[in-house]
Design a protein around this ligand. Structure first.
Ligand SMILES: *Cc1c(COP(=O)(O)O)cnc(C)c1O
Length: 387
């Protein structure tokens, strides 16, 4: 990590593990597995074998069968493929779909696009803690409903949905269930042998792998057919044509394998850091925590503070790198809908700061963040004519 930075934005992307970099480097050069895995010559077959073993590593992390995983460019593409692919494959049976307004844009905007194309989308709001009530979902499912999409861990607040209960309900009603697990895979247990999930999206750069590589898991059930959204070749069962990026896939495989070995230790580490951070800032007047501790993945802490604007807060915290509310909303200037749904006012949502950390974060980093955050809040308040 850059010596001059305190990087606390792991929910946006994580630094690549050096062991992952090493494995990727070996692939890139002439004496490595640089060939096109679709080529039938020896070099191609070697590359294909390496792609297969990376798929096995990812499958092991998820307790899934390797042939149920499709490589994509990341969770955005996996979300698009899962949702559009399943909705169109099942459109002859019905065109009603269900999701939540608190989803990542890769999910929400795919549903919005489908709504413009003649599908009907029901948006279920979470309760005051950010959770989806299964009663509400049960009432929303109709005969024409084909797909429900609810994320596992929310990228802004860390709120964990009960995807097991949601998936069971969907199965009992004959509806497909997709979950965006970009924030949970490699960090929390995601065991697809036991979870009733039909489609699951993930991306390697949220668990110390490279950017630009992800996967879509498709359960081995006859109902679970997905139509492609891109066309061009026979790769990935024709669901995702295009030359496979071997070095990225190798990186994703090694990252998955390391996550499987180190997940428990990393989880305890981030939980201790989260507690330290909260202990250091909780006494600031006007501070609220966004998301109940018991409901949240401990690598994310999202807080609002009265009378201060998030972006000024962020600038005053440099060189500590955190996100204001959500990285994805930070250019639009609109208060985060995710925080609004937790009952926060526009002003509170606008003041939100998301701290997110991981295995390279130290106690010193947290202490620096505490000090900079406190100072920045005081500074912003002293500048503000309102207070
Ligand atoms: C990061 C993230 C994505 C997008 O992943 P990409 O790798 O950028 O495509 C989607 N959903 C959630 C919840 C995320 O956190």
């Amino acid at each position: 990590m850059s010596q001059d930075l305190v990087y606390l934005d792991y929910a946006a992307t994580t630094p690549i593990d050096l062991r992952v970099v090493e494995a990727m480097q070996e692939c890139l050069t002439g004496d490595g597995a640089f060939a096109n895995p679709a080529s039938i010559h020896i070099a191609g077959r070697r590359a294909a074998a390496i792609v297969d073993s990376a798929r096995e590593q990812l499958a092991e992390l998820l307790d899934a069968r390797p042939e149920r995983l499709i490589w994509t460019s990341g969770a955005t593409e996996s979300d698009n493929l899962a949702i559009r692919g399943a909705a169109t494959a099942r459109a002859h049976r019905g065109k009603h779909l269900i999701t939540m307004p608190t989803e990542h844009k890769a999910v929400a905007d795919t549903f919005r696009a489908l709504a413009r194309e003649g599908f009907e989308v029901t948006w279920l709001s979470p309760d005051d803690n950010g959770l989806l009530s299964t009663e509400l979902l049960a009432d929303a499912i109709r005969d024409e409903t084909q797909l429900v999409s609810v994320m596992h861990v929310n990228n802004e607040t860390g709120v964990i949905q009960d995807i097991c209960a949601i998936g069971e309900l969907c199965r009992s009603r004959g509806v497909l269930f997709h979950t965006d697990a970009a924030q949970s895979v490699g960090k929390l247990e995601v065991d697809l042998r036991n979870l009733p999930v039909d489609l699951l999206s993930l991306t390697a750069h949220k668990f110390y792998g490279p950017q630009g590589i992800g996967a879509l898991y498709i359960a081995d059930r006859p109902q679970c057919s997905v139509l492609p959204i891109m066309f061009g070749g026979a790769q990935e069962k024709r669901l995702r044509p295009g030359t496979l990026p071997v070095h990225l896939i190798v990186g994703a495989g090694v990252a998955a394998s390391l996550a499987g070995d180190e997940r428990e230790v990393d989880l305890a580490h981030v939980a201790a850091l989260r507690d330290r951070l909260w202990a250091g800032i909780a006494a600031i007047p006007g501070l609220t925590r966004n998301g109940r501790e018991a409901d949240c993945y401990p690598g994310i802490l999202n807080v609002s503070v009265a009378g201060v604007e998030g972006e000024s807060l962020l600038l005053g915290m440099e060189p500590v790198c955190v996100a204001s509310g959500s990285a994805c909303n930070s250019t639009s200037g609109e208060p985060s809908y995710v925080l609004r749904s937790l009952g926060r006012s526009d002003a509170d949502a606008q003041s939100a700061v998301r701290f997110s950390f991981g295995k390279l974060t130290t106690e010193d980093d947290i202490d620096t963040a505490i000090e900079r955050y406190r100072r920045s809040v005081e500074h912003c308040r002293s500048m503000s004519p309102v207070t």
